[in-house]
Design a protein around this ligand. Structure first.
Ligand code: NI
Length: 257
């Protein structure tokens, strides 16, 4: 069955039909979903989804976009939610310099990223990283933590080139591959997928964002993952089934499900 490692079903884009959509997953071959927290207020929604659906697990944390909304209490809340029996990772956390250009914002994001990496280390949980236009700083921080007893993690929606991929793969981390791999102009990502061993790739959508071809531009959901698996299978010259089985195995190993 397909293992979806990163979706946001708490997003308001799913308000009209969340229940119906999630109830159709099993039949469509989607076996497991990890819902990733993004905002400070969204954490309770992820917990509610984990508690309602047996096949939904959670990553708890706050996205760099919300770094300025985080307080001491937020960090305490993340730590406490990290001990929920269905929490499988700390995420999505990281750095985003695309939407935030000021030096002060970068420093604040780094501080919150580190605080959440500390929780991952102390609670022995994998991390799930968002990194956009912040390649060097992300690598520096991840390297630093990987030297000191981290469990491992996923670089979600990997958007850098082969050289950067090599750094993360050498540390034993996983790359999250989603809809972008089906885009015609995704030359760089196609090179990364050709280069990376299948044993270090996982499937993800980032729903409701980044719908693959032929549904590009529409609301995304895990039901689109077969298009992602097919694109990876074509690049690697293997079957879709192999991609689905191996990436499921990888995700279950890392996330201990
Ligand atoms: Ni996301």
């Amino acid at each position: 069955m397909i293992f979806e490692t990163h979706a946001h079903y708490d997003d308001e884009a799913f308000d009209p039909d969340r229940e119906e959509l999630l109830s159709s997953m099993k039949e469509a071959g989607i076996g497991t979903i990890v819902n990733a927290c993004a905002s400070v207020d969204g954490m309770k929604d992820t917990i509610a989804l984990m508690e309602k659906y047996p096949f939904i697990y959670g990553a708890v944390g706050v996205h760099p976009d919300d770094a300025d909304k985080m307080t001491e209490d937020t960090i305490k809340e993340i730590r406490s939610l990290s001990r929920h029996k269905k929490t499988v990772a700390i995420g999505e956390i990281g750095l985003d310099y695309y939407w935030h250009k000021e030096k002060e914002e970068h420093l604040l994001q780094q501080q919150m990223f580190r605080a959440q990496m500390e929780i991952a280390r102390e609670e022995k949980l994998p991390f799930m990283i968002h990194s956009r236009e912040a390649a060097e700083d992300t690598l520096t921080i991840v390297r630093e933590y990987m030297r000191s007893g981290m469990y491992g993690g996923i670089i979600h929606c990997f958007s850098y080139g082969k050289e950067m991929a090599r750094e993360y793969l050498n540390m034993g981390l996983y790359l999250g591959i989603g809809g972008v791999i089906t885009f015609k102009n995704a030359r760089k990502l196609k090179e990364v997928v050709a280069y990376a061993p299948l044993s270090q790739l996982v499937l993800e959508t980032d729903s409701p964002y980044l719908s693959p071809e032929p549904n590009r531009g529409k609301r995304n959901s895990s039901l689109n993952l077969p298009y992602v698996a097919k694109a990876i299978a074509e690049i690697k010259g293997i079957t879709c089934e192999e991609v689905i089985q191996e990436t499921e195995k990888n995700a279950k190993l890392l996330l201990r499900i």
